[in-house]
Write a protein that binds this ligand. Structure first.
Ligand code: SF4
Length: 505
């Protein structure tokens, strides 16, 4: 039995009956939430908690608690082992997410840019075709059955030659490699043209852009150097792509331009308008992403930053509205919630590399800089741009996958993200559905272990999971759970993995 120190329940350990199994607990929505290692959860009225501790619960609820593994009596150990094995099936899979920075050049100067951009005339930050070839060779040298090449920048389409080469070379190579091959492009869409679009549509490259909300908000956040409205261009190309996929006979529920939003101070209080903008554009999924004080955002924080409590208020209010829309028949999911809900309500883990234990940095994802240097993740590359090479693992010419997999940094990141061994996480009721990204700790606290609950990522994940469990605890008619369960059904293209995109476009 273990509970977070802040849990307002006092438990007498001597009252614990020997047949009660291991569990974590907390109070949510006026009920006691129990969770366990098999990924099961159960709500108890507060007055029944003591009865549970004494092993006195009986009847149907006892049977249910035994089935879920909260009692040692009646525990099906094989079932529990199978659940844990399935939840951790991402272990040993190898890196599926290969983030390729084709250039650092970008025509935008977004207030929150994480991407360490350079000016458009800096062609020395373009990836050469020789390096592009080595990136593909390296990715195929990893053991992952799924390879997702995700193009980022800068603005990746500013060096379209490298992007085109990687897609064509990977497709050619895959004729005999026979992996599950995916391509996704994170782009601001403002350098798009007919030829590029035709290539991307023909080769099945999924397109993800940034859309921060209505025109005034989007343009205020995303400065397009020398131009007035990024929004008009972005929305125009979104429509063109969506129509091109329809013309190809593809299901618009699966093939449409996806979008990412970043919440700045100007976004707070405008959640409804932002969601309406997404619905208007036919987007089925919105990721309410808080600002990270990396890159340019470090300098602009005073102007665009906010407290985590302010963000969580925005998150809860916007989620209220998203649920209202779903109840009225409009499907749109919040992506972070869908990720947590998949962990809560299904036997699976969505393998979201930034919310796993251990973290996927260097083991489930790799980032390749324009010069061929390999990093644990895209943020690791950004840290290097700030003069710190801690997250650099090697280079596409000269390093082998074995070198990378056994690299001391990769091993240290794994150790720093095993929640069973982390103070606060080990006792946290949300531990079975949460995850760690040690790089965030490094950025905030100066070490990869960090301090929970002081860390900003912990505050965010704790607040979001508390809100989702609260909604389930208060869901007397089952309507919310029904919507939540729909969100856990993957709506990706056949064969795609659900949550690959982390970047800013
Ligand atoms: S990181 Fe997650 S599991 Fe760890 S203390 Fe915070 S909310 Fe709990």
């Amino acid at each position: 039995m273990t509970g977070r120190l802040t849990t307002p329940l006092r438990v007498d350990p001597s009252a614990l009956a020997p047949e009660v199994g291991f569990f974590r607990y907390g109070v949510v929505g006026g009920k006691v939430l129990l969770t366990n290692e098999g990924g099961e959860f159960h709500f108890l009225p507060k007055e029944r908690f003591d009865t549970f501790l004494r092993g006195k619960i009986d009847g149907e609820e006892r049977t249910e608690l035994e089935r879920k593994g909260f009692f040692k009596t009646g525990l099906d150990i094989d079932r529990m082992a199978a659940r844990i094995r399935r939840k951790k099936s991402f272990l040993g899979g190898g890196p599926h997410l290969h983030i390729v920075v084709t250039t650092l050049r970008c025509n935008h100067a977004c207030k929150y840019c994480h991407a360490s951009r350079t000016d458009m005339d800096r062609v020395d930050t373009d990836m050469s075709l020789a390096t592009a070839r080595e990136v593909v060779e390296f990715a195929f040298s990893t053991p992952s059955r799924v390879l997702n090449f995700e193009f980022q920048g800068g603005e990746p389409t500013a060096n379209f030659a490298a992007l085109r080469f990687i897609v064509e070379h990977a497709l050619e190579k895959n004729r005999y490699e026979n992996r599950e091959l995916l391509f996704s492009l994170v782009t601001n869409l403002t350098l798009m043209d007919e030829e590029k679009m035709a290539f991307l549509v023909e080769k099945g490259v999924m397109v993800c852009t940034s859309l921060d909300g209505p025109e005034d908000l989007h343009n205020a956040n995303r400065g397009w150097i020398g131009k007035s409205s990024s929004y008009q261009t972005v929305s125009g190309w979104m429509e063109r792509f969506n129509q091109a996929w329809i013309d190809k006979g593809l299901d618009p529920n699966l093939f449409h331009v996806d979008a990412l939003m970043t919440c700045t101070r100007a976004s707070l209080g405008r959640g409804r308008e932002i969601v309406d903008e997404y619905v208007k554009r036919g987007i089925k999924s919105i990721h309410l992403r808080p600002l990270n004080p990396f890159g340019f955002a470090v300098n602009t924080w005073k102007q665009i930053g906010y407290t985590m409590e302010e963000f969580l208020t925005f998150y809860r209010d916007t989620l209220d509205y998203i649920l209202e829309l779903n109840q009225a028949g409009t499907f749109i999911q919040e992506r972070q919630a869908a990720m947590f809900l998949t962990k809560m309500l299904t036997p699976d883990d969505p393998n979201y590399t930034d919310c796993r234990s251990p973290s996927g940095s260097g083991s489930a994802q790799l980032a390749y800089n324009f010069d061929g240097a390999i990093y644990t993740c895209d943020e690791g590359r950004m840290v290097a741009h700030m003069g710190n090479d801690f997250f650099r693992l090697g280079h596409v010419s000269g390093s082998t996958y074995a070198d990378i997999a056994a690299h001391p940094t990769v091993r240290a990141l794994a150790v720093a993200s095993i929640q069973e061994a982390l103070p606060a996480c080990a006792d946290c009721v949300y531990k079975p559905t949460c995850g760690i990204q040690p790089l965030h700790n490094y950025m905030f606290d100066g070490d990869i272990f960090g301090q929970r609950p002081r860390s900003r990522k912990c505050q965010e994940f704790y607040g979001e999971q508390a809100d989702l469990f609260r909604r389930l605890a208060e869901d007397t008619d089952g309507r919310t759970e029904k919507i939540f369960r729909r969100w856990t059904i993957q709506r990706s293209r056949p064969g795609t993995i659900p949550y690959p995109t982390e970047g800013s476009a």
